[in-house]
Design a protein around this ligand. Sequence first.
Ligand SMILES: *Cc1c(COP(=O)(O)O)cnc(C)c1O
Length: 387
Amino acid sequence: MIKKSASNSFSEIIDFIKSLYPEEIPVPLHAPRFVGREKEYVVDAIGSTFVSSVGEYVDRFEEMICRITGTAFAVATVNGTCALHIALDLAGVQPGDEVITQPLSFVATANTISYCGAKPIFLDVSRKTLGLDPTALKEFLKSNTQTTNQGCYNKATGKRIAACAPMHTFGHPCQIDSIAGICEHYNIALIEDAAESFGSFYNGRHTGTFGLFGVYSFNGNKTVTCGGGGAIVTNDETFAKKAKHITTTAKVQHPYEYIHDAIGYNYRLPNLNAALACAQLEQLDFFLENKRELAKIYQDFFGLLDIPFVCEPDYARSSFWLNAIILLDRKTRDEFLKATNEAKVMTRPVWKLLNQLEMYQDCQTDALINAQWLEDRVVNIPSSVRI
Ligand SMILES: *Cc1c(COP(=O)(O)O)cnc(C)c1O
């Protein structure tokens, strides 16, 4: 059998991806699709004059999120980053604390920990899910912490480990059930960064619903978008009320007086964006089916080329937000990125590990063997819904 040279298979991949998106050159990594009632709802919101943070689309958006995810409460925010900030803050993350997360994530996961004055600890991910590895979490907590009735303390730094923030990478649910069990055992608050996994389920349960809070992003590049937007979900009514209060400048209800009872944030989603979100959410099932079909096409295609394609774990139903392949090594990855982008097919490497960024270089980590292995090999390929 004659083995195809790498560059030959690169051009085969480029041609194939272009054939999947015949009308879009350059082929974007993930473009939004506005094929529903987006214009109608946005125009309606303008007509109502309620374009800012009060309006019926915001309420409707929150109701739809609750229905889709099966949570009792949702609070809409201007983006996923501030949703995560508030979730960590309300979970009790304070200056001087530490928060466990994964190094293979978008920078917002670590930044929001910093906004609370806390410091991230980066633990390894699973090669299969690309999310926080429960074995790494358990191992770290067992060997490096001491639990008192005040909480879980890091023996090396003396700091309290206040929370754990795993992330469902590219929409693929991590082993959240095990992670939740470990967090409960060690008395650590669980906050899911489900920014990428709206529409993804772990054993039939929506991601973002396993801990105290889950957060979603509705940024322009996510599965469902409202331009910029996010949401916090929780089943705890008291926390839901606090989340709404603190994201709306902590303003106390009064017919005309300006009274604020805390240092709040102006993080509330405008009605104009919520209008777009409502129209997008109406198409969620179509988006998810379409993306599932695309993932199957990719899986079959890359199977023939012997290139591993990142599939959903068997316990999960993934949103397949961003499709990903795993190349042979760093050199192949770099060659592939160059060849595809030059041919106007947008591909991107997975994020540089967060512990390697300037501001997080002094954070504690474990050996991060899988994270480094994945960073060297994982590339995202075009994943927009196909019309
Ligand atoms: C997109 C994303 C966010 C933040 O969302 P924004 O809405 O862009 O602020 C946070 N975490 C992860 C992992 C993301 O992918």
